[in-house]
Design a protein around this ligand. Structure first.
Ligand code: GDP
Length: 284
C-alpha cells in the first residue's frame, strides 16, 4: 500500500502514535535489518520520549549476518533492547517478550516498591510502512490475515492481544513516515521495498543497487546473472550484459532497459541475489 505523506498526514500519524504511547510501557520499533538507519524515522526518539525501546531488526533472512551483529551491538550500546528476527516465523514472541521484560524491569520494580500490583506489560509496535509490522502482530496474535489498520486515518476499535506470558500488545501498529533526508536514503528505501511507489526514479534505484553489489561482491552478482561485470564498467554495459544474458530485448532486438531495471530491483528487493545490508554502522 502506498501512502502519500503530506505534512497533514505526518502530523496526524504523530498525534495517533503519541496518543497510543500513553497506554504502553514499552515501544517495539520494527526496522528493516537491511537498512536499520534508513528505515528509522528520525522523529522516533522525540516521539517516544523516555519509553523503553525494544528494537526488532526484521527481515534478518535478507540482511548480511555480520552487519546485523554490528547493528545489534550498536543498539545495545545505546541502551535499547535489540533482536534480529524473521517476522514470518512462529515463536517470535519468545524472542521479543524477554526483551520487553528486561526493558521495563526498572519501571515495574519501582511500581512494586510503591505497592502497585504487578500487571501485564503493555506494548505497541511502531515503524514505517512495509517493514513487517502487520506480519509480526499477526504472528503474535496467531490470527493469520488479521486485519490491521495500516493507513493513517483508518480508525478501528483497538484491542489488546495477549502476547506471551506477561505481555499485552496493541493490535494496531503505530505507522510513521519514511525519511527522505538524502538521495541515498530514498534509494535504499526503494531498493528494500519500504517505498514501492516511484518517489525515486527506478533506473537510479537499480543503478544504486547494482553499483553496491558489484563493489561488495562482484563474483556473486556476476554468477547470479551469468555475466562478467566489474564495478569499473560503464553502468550501461552492465545493463546490456544482464539484458543479453536474460534475453530482455524489445522488438528491434534492443536491450529492454526498463525490463532490466525492474528485474534487478525485484531480485535485490526479494533477497534473490544474496543477503545485503545497505546501511553500514560505521557510516552513521
Ligand atoms: P507493514 O506495512 O510494516 O505492516 O509490513 P507487512 O507486515 O505488510 O510486511 C511487508 C512485506 O514484508 C510482506 O510481504 C511480508 O510478507 C514481508 N515480510 C515481513 N517480515 C518478513 C521477514 O522477516 N522476512 C521476509 N523475507 N519478508 C518479510
Amino acid at each position: 500500500m502506498s501512502i502519500n505523506w503530506f505534512p497533514g498526514h505526518m502530523a496526524k500519524a504523530r498525534r495517533e502514535v503519541e496518543e497510543n504511547l500513553k497506554k504502553v510501557d514499552v515501544v517495539i520499533e520494527i526496522l528493516d535489518a537491511r537498512i536499520p538507519n534508513s528505515s528509522h524515522n528520525p522523529m522516533m526518539d522525540e516521539i517516544t520520549k523516555h519509553k523503553p525501546r525494544v528494537v526488532v531488526l526484521n527481515k534478518v533472512d535478507m540482511a548480511d549476518p555480520k552487519a546485523t551483529d554490528r547493528w545489534l551491538s550498536k543498539f545495545k550500546s545505546e541502551g535499547k533492547y535489540p533482536v534480529a528476527l524473521d517476522g514470518r516465523h512462529n515463536q517470535i514472541i519468545k524472542k521479543i517478550e524477554p526483551l520487553a521484560v528486561k526493558a521495563t524491569a526498572e519501571d515495574f520494580n519501582r511500581m512494586e516498591e510503591k505497592g502497585i500490583r504487578r500487571r501485564a506489560i503493555r506494548a505497541m509496535i511502531i515503524g514505517i510502512p512495509n517493514v513487517g509490522k502487520s506480519t509480526v502482530i499477526n504472528n503474535i496474535a496467531r490470527k493469520k490475515g488479521a486485519k490491521t489498520g495500516n493507513t493513517p486515518g483508518v480508525t478501528k476499535q483497538q484491542q489488546w492481544i495477549k502476547a506471551g506470558q506477561q505481555m499485552e500488545l496493541l493490535d494496531t501498529p503505530g505507522i510513521l513516515w519514511p525519511k527522505f533526508e538524502d538521495e541515498a536514503t530514498g534509494k535504499k528505501l526503494a531498493l528494500t521495498g519500504a517505498i514501492k511507489d516511484t518517489v525515486v526514479p527506478l533506473d537510479e534505484v537499480a543503478i544504486f543497487g547494482m553499483q553496491h553489489l558489484l563493489e561488495w561482491d562482484p563474483e556473486r552478482f556476476n554468477a547470479f546473472y551469468n555475466i562478467s561485470a566489474s564495478q569499473d564498467d560503464d553502468i550501461v554495459t552492465v545493463f546490456d550484459a544482464i539484458g543479453k544474458s536474460r534475453g530482455m530485448k524489445s522488438s528491434g532486438n534492443e536491450i529492454n532497459y526498463e525490463a532490466v531495471t525492474n528485474r534487478v530491483i525485484h531480485d535485490i528487493r526479494n533477497g534473490k541475489i544474496g543477503r545485503y545490508t545497505f546501511d553500514k554502522v560505521d557510516a552513521q
